[in-house]
Design a protein around this ligand. Structure first.
Ligand code: OXD
Ligand code: MN
Length: 591
């Protein structure tokens, strides 16, 4: 609890180490003014009003979308830039083949040149923030320095910003330093550098999402995954969802899917009418910090306080909770506008676009009206399904971990890993089609272990070893599953309806964990037989269901060979246990 004196102390005086760092950044970047963020509503309102006056934000129709605004980013700055994202560890092997690497000295020198004088004429904002509930021993703090007021507004929604975070930094004695400048938004002068050994981040030349809101991917995943290994926990690209069954029993799942593969939808799932009595509660939609508890179970907190979700596709059918929560107090980025200034995006069944995401009169010849990676930023508390336990300082206990990807073929609807070790292999083998969340070709299958390919702050070889070590400490480990909602038939039609119907699959998992559901053994793990799933009122043909639950040995032999080639690039850092598990799978496919 803060004392009255602490409440009055200017922010700049709360932590000597933060103040010293701000001073050194001021000298380097030469801003016109410095603003320490309190994180209050009044401050957010003032900043919003200023951006509206300056034309950087556009007000949306206040009758239909009260408190909502639109931001348009530069067309050349619309997604994360994985090819410009680096892990700068002293040894290249520590960053691993899964990361771009640069020597820390060289990276600092390069960034110093870019940052020198870059804030002239601008305000430098100091954003002290906490990732995770302020009272939680599992939370960790950081400070982002930025010259982008849009970043400030986002960080105020996505994290716990202000005095309390700074007080925690003063008592913790350490924090993650994140320095960000939009620079001149030149893609040729854009770098996102991470220094895990120094708990610091330097990001220049982008104002978008994960490149610029440093609390999210940079801190809560890349740096935190490193911190987590040092401290014995896991920082994962996972949603956390609570499912209450008709008997009133509550279980939590943490699910890792690559970007834009439906984590937000699953986290806010609406049970179909055919599954009465189920209730769904969101703890988080993107990131989970998982800690082994004293009771031998895995406990999870969501380090974030808001959602930075993909807008296109959101409608009352795909995600009614999200659709409702973004109708007020939401910051939209790169959506289109209707004639009466309502936001519009592909997937809406009402209204029509008049102005596209770039501010031009809408013309279908220019492509989609909203950018495919258009986003909403909104406080988690606005979510109608927000869990009453989302802010519990000790987190929530995890019953099952779920990995998944977007795969037209190969991966069945669901399977259960043989045990934790096999589950680590299942996670390490995740592959998925790429999406618009990152710059690059969309729709190509790539390996994305644990959905962490763009986010693991060190070598996957060491990361999998760490996963095995964490598992060995759990006396009541969660079971591990793999799902694929995206299987298609030969004509490119999805075999599974997805969305709310996914609950049938999750319900099977929970029944398995309780010892109440059957399964068939297969070489890749255990699959439900059609009779093991609740198919009441399910609109899927028997043939489709059979296809969804079939393991094709020929395709899987090829898959195993691909996985082996992929894993072998990690050389001596690859835990031998994973190859052993792969061999067991392979032998099963020969029988
Ligand atoms: C995200 C992503 O924005 O994964 O969450 O790209
Ligand atoms: Mn994500």
């Amino acid at each position: 609890m803060a004392t009255a004196a602490q409440m009055l102390t200017p922010l700049a005086q709360l932590s000597r180490s933060v103040a010293d760092w701000v001073d050194s950044v001021r000298e380097l970047t030469q801003p016109r003014a410095i603003h320490w963020c309190e994180g209050s509503d009044a401050e957010a309102r003032e900043l919003t009003a200023k951006l509206l006056r300056d034309g950087e934000l556009t007000a949306l129709n206040p009758q239909v979308f009260p408190g909502c605004t639109l931001y348009r980013s530069r067309p050349s700055d619309v997604a994360r830039v994985e090819h410009l994202t680096y892990i700068c560890t002293r040894s290249k092997e520590d960053a691993g083949p899964n990361n771009n690497w640069m020597d820390p000295e060289q990276a600092h020198a390069k960034m110093r040149d870019l940052f020198r004088g870059c804030m002239r004429g601008r305000t430098l904002y100091v954003i002290p923030y906490c990732m995770g509930p302020l009272e939680s021993p599992l939370a960790r703090c950081g400070v982002e320095i930025t010259d982008s007021p849009y970043v400030v507004l986002n960080m105020m929604i996505m994290t716990r910003v202000g005095r309390a975070a700074l007080q925690r930094i003063a008592s913790d004695g350490s924090f993650v330093r994140g320095l960000h400048s939009t620079g001149d938004l030149d893609p040729e002068r854009r770098f996102i550098m991470h220094f895990p050994e120094q708990l610091s981040i330097e990001s220049f030349g982008s104002g978008y999402g994960g490149n610029a809101l440093l609390g999210k991917k940079c801190h809560a995943l890349r740096i935190a995954s490193w911190q987590a290994r040092t401290e014995g926990w896991l920082a994962e690209h996972m949603l956390i969802v609570g499912l209450e069954n008709p008997k009133g029993e509550m279980h939590y799942l943490a699910c890792a899917f690559p970007s834009a593969c439906g984590k937000t939808n699953l986290a806010m799932l609406i049970p179909p009418d055919s599954l009465p009595g189920w209730r769904v509660f969101t703890v988080g939609d993107d990131i989970a910090w998982l800690h082994p508890g004293a009771d031998g179970r895995l406990w999870a907190i969501n380090p974030e306080a808001g959602y930075f979700g993909v807008v296109p596709g959101t409608n009352p059918k795909t995600n009614r909770n999200a659709y409702e929560m973004i109708r007020r107090d939401t910051l939209f980025t790169n959506v289109a506008l209707t004639a009466d200034s309502q936001p519009w995006w592909e997937g809406l069944t009402t209204g029509k676009p008049e102005i596209d995401w770039q501010g031009r009169p809408y013309d279908a010849a220019h492509g989609p009206a909203a950018h495919p990676n258009a986003r909403f930023t909104v406080a988690a508390k606005r979510n109608p399904s927000y869990s009453p336990h989302a802010e519990d300082p000790s987190g929530v206990p995890i019953t099952a971990l779920v990995f998944g990807g977007r795969r037209r073929e190969v991966a069945p609807l669901v399977y259960e890993a043989r045990d934790w070790k096999h589950g680590v292999l299942v996670g390490a083998s995740v592959a998925s089609e790429t999406t618009a969340a990152a710059v690059g070709q969309v729709g190509v299958v790539r390996r994305d272990p644990m959905a962490m390919q763009p986010f693991c702050g060190y070598s996957f070889g060491d990361y999998w070893r760490h996963w095995l070590n964490v598992g060995a400490r759990l006396t009541r480990p969660p079971r591990i599953y793999h799902v694929n909602w995206f299987r298609q038939d030969g004509h490119g039609k999805f075999l599974w309806p997805g969305y709310g119907e996914n609950l049938r699959v999750l319900a099977w998992m929970l029944d398995r964990c309780a010892g109440n559901a059957g399964a068939a053994e297969s070489a890749i793990g255990r699959l439900p037989r059609p009779q093991d799933l609740n198919t009441t009122s399910l609109n899927v043909s028997e043939d489709s269901l059979r296809a969804l639950l079939t393991v094709d040995p020929a395709l899987w032999r090829k898959e195993v060979a691909d996985v082996r080639t992929y894993l072998q690039q990690f050389g001596s850092r690859l835990p031998a246990e994973l190859l052993q598990e792969l061999k067991t799978t392979e032998q099963g496919l020969m029988d």
